[in-house]
Write a protein that binds this ligand. Structure first.
Ligand SMILES: C[S@@+](CC[C@H](N)C(=O)[O-])C[C@H]1O[C@@H](n2cnc3c(N)ncnc32)[C@H](O)[C@@H]1O
Length: 182
């Protein structure tokens, strides 16, 4: 896993930071095209960068209608306009190289109250449940520095623990999607 992540990171940097990089440069491990899922896609900034880095989005998910209209107008991606929490991702199990996610940052932002997992807009449980269902080779999360700051630190540690042990559904923080350890 870490070798694949390192490989992806260096290829992404190579492609994203170098505008003269050849357009045919694509990322592959073992010769296969790299497949990705993007959650909380917004207007597609990160998704576009990943596509330019060589990823092929199987599907991008976003619930905001204006964002989805923007994505449909400007890309050929398969755009799913739904609440990420309503999706069952098991059909993608074992087929995805990367789950990229612009998990909403309002619960963690220094511009807000930083209520973390007590904020109804916290979508990390939905992200973690997608990771558990899909078993991607790698993940990429875009968020704000407040997530790693002192107020949200315990929750950040919890998220890292969950990602480090994806088969362990864990101790419930607050959300129903995380079941108690059996
Ligand atoms: C931080 S933005 C993502 C920005 C994006 N990565 C980009 O590069 O433009 C988070 C997005 O998540 C969407 N969102 C929030 N909750 C959602 C949910 N439950 N299901 C689907 N989309 C959601 C919001 O509409 C918003 O567009």
């Amino acid at each position: 896993m870490s070798r694949v992540c390192h490989h992806l990171l260096s290829r992404c940097q190579q492609r994203c930071l170098n505008p003269d990089a050849p357009q045919w440069l694509s990322i592959s491990v073992g010769g296969d095209e790299m497949k990705s899922l993007e959650l909380f896609t917004g207007a597609g900034g990160m998704a576009l960068g990943l596509e330019r880095a060589g990823f092929n989005h199987e599907v991008v998910v976003e619930w905001d209608s204006d964002s989805c209209a923007t994505l449909r107008r400007n890309t050929r991606w398969s755009v799913l306009q739904v609440d990420v929490r309503s999706l069952d991702f098991t059909a993608y199990q074992g087929r995805i190289d990367l789950i990229a996610s612009g998990v909403p940052c309002q619960p963690f932002s220094v511009a807000g109250r930083r209520r973390g997992d007590s904020d109804a807009r916290d979508m990390f449980p939905a992200f973690l449940s997608a990771v558990r269902a899909v078993w991607p080779k790698s993940i990429l999360i875009e968020n704000v520095s407040g997530l790693a700051g002192p107020m949200c630190h315990p929750y950040f540690e919890y998220i890292k623990l969950q990602l480090g042990h994806p088969t362990f559904e864990g101790i419930s923080m607050r959300h129903g999607s995380d079941t108690k350890a059996g």
